[in-house]
Ligand binder design. Structure first.
Ligand code: KIV
Length: 316
């Protein structure tokens, strides 16, 4: 059953095919913007997939928006896999990208390959994402060589929040912008199928996009990328706290959910819920028989009860 409104402009399921890395490249080659969203569980994956979004990222942002951590550093690969499996069950068409969490690929290439392999074998992901540019190019190449597509991620890389000194826009100086171009080119040479550009000025994103043949996917990179990605909870207003400047709230589901829960609790307290339409009927004759059986059982119970000391039990 579709969970989308009838008039939503998603392509009909019959016309759709599974999105692959070739589909994504073809979109970029045609100049058609690519859509990507995060999802972390079965219902969100189903909604994103049914809406026709081309790529779903099981992002390590789940550490913050789902698990309540202060940054992405503490989520483990096992936790990510648990969510990725649920996303797999909810998505039929989108290309699924599993985000390799902190310290599951930085130790050495063998560790990276093993972690990437788990996403494919244990969670059915189509690709993995790693953070880092030139320093991660050899790692990306090793994973790609084993047959697993890799998405790069440069600019603001949240797993390096401590070395970056906070959640800061990257590539704001001419030198830093040139470094980002070198990072993107190194990743492309390593064989990545696309590159996420996070929190970089639009002209820098555009320059990177113009210099690589693989698609770039922007988040906080303006229109300078081949496609866009947002965090599901951010775009739906489900994440409490400050939203980054680059987020557009397409709905305020956090507020709507809070209001709904307050209304439910008030209805329960006032006995307005459940109403007759929420209860299951019983045939009249069965109800009468049931009441008679209850009364009979009550009479039997009364008979079995010991008589009060020195007294006489009255049986009706
Ligand atoms: O984990 C995540 O959600 C991400 C996106 C911000 C690209 O890496």
């Amino acid at each position: 059953m579709s969970t989308l409104p009838q008039d939503a402009a998603a392509p009909a399921a019959t016309e759709r095919r599974k999105v692959t890395v070739r589909t994504i490249q073809a979109r970029r080659d045609k100049g058609e913007p690519i859509t990507m969203l995060t999802a972390y569980d079965f219902p969100s994956a189903r909604l994103v997939d049914e809406a026709g979004v081309e790529m779903i990222l099981v992002g390590d942002s789940l550490a913050m928006v789902v698990l309540g951590h202060e940054n992405t550093l503490s989520v483990t690969l096992d936790e990510m896999l648990h969510h990725a499996r649920a996303v797999r069950r909810g998505a039929r068409f989108a290309l699924l990208v599993g985000d390799l969490p902190f310290m599951t690929y930085q130790v050495n290439e063998e560790q990276a390959l093993r972690s990437a392999g788990r996403y494919v074998q244990e969670a059915g992901m189509d690709a993995v994402k790693i953070e880092g540019g030139r320093s991660m190019a050899a790692t990306a190449r090793r994973i790609v060589t084993a047959g697993i597509p890799v998405q790069g991620h440069i600019g603001l890389t949240p797993q390096s929040v401590n070395t970056l000194g906070g959640w800061r826009v990257q590539g704001k100086t001419a030198r830093a912008a040139m470094d980002l171009i070198d990072d993107a080119v190194a990743l492309e040479d390593a064989g990545v199928f696309s590159i996420v550009l996070e929190s970089v000025p639009e002209p820098v994103a555009q320059a990177i996009t113009d210099r690589v043949r693989v698609p770039t996917i922007g988040i906080g990179a303006g229109l300078g990328a081949s496609g866009q990605v947002l965090v599901y909870h951010d775009m739906l207003g489900l994440h409490a706290g400050l939203s980054p400047r680059f987020v557009r709230h397409y709905a305020e589901l956090g507020r709507a959910t809070g209001e709904a829960i307050v209304a439910y609790a008030a209805d329960v307290k006032a006995r307005r819920f459940p109403a007759p339409e929420h209860t299951y009927p019983m045939p009249e004759e069965e109800l009468a028989a049931f009441r008679e059986l209850l009364a009979e059982r009550e009479r039997e119970r009364e008979q079995r009860r010991p008589a009060p000391e020195g007294g006489r039990r009255l049986i009706a």
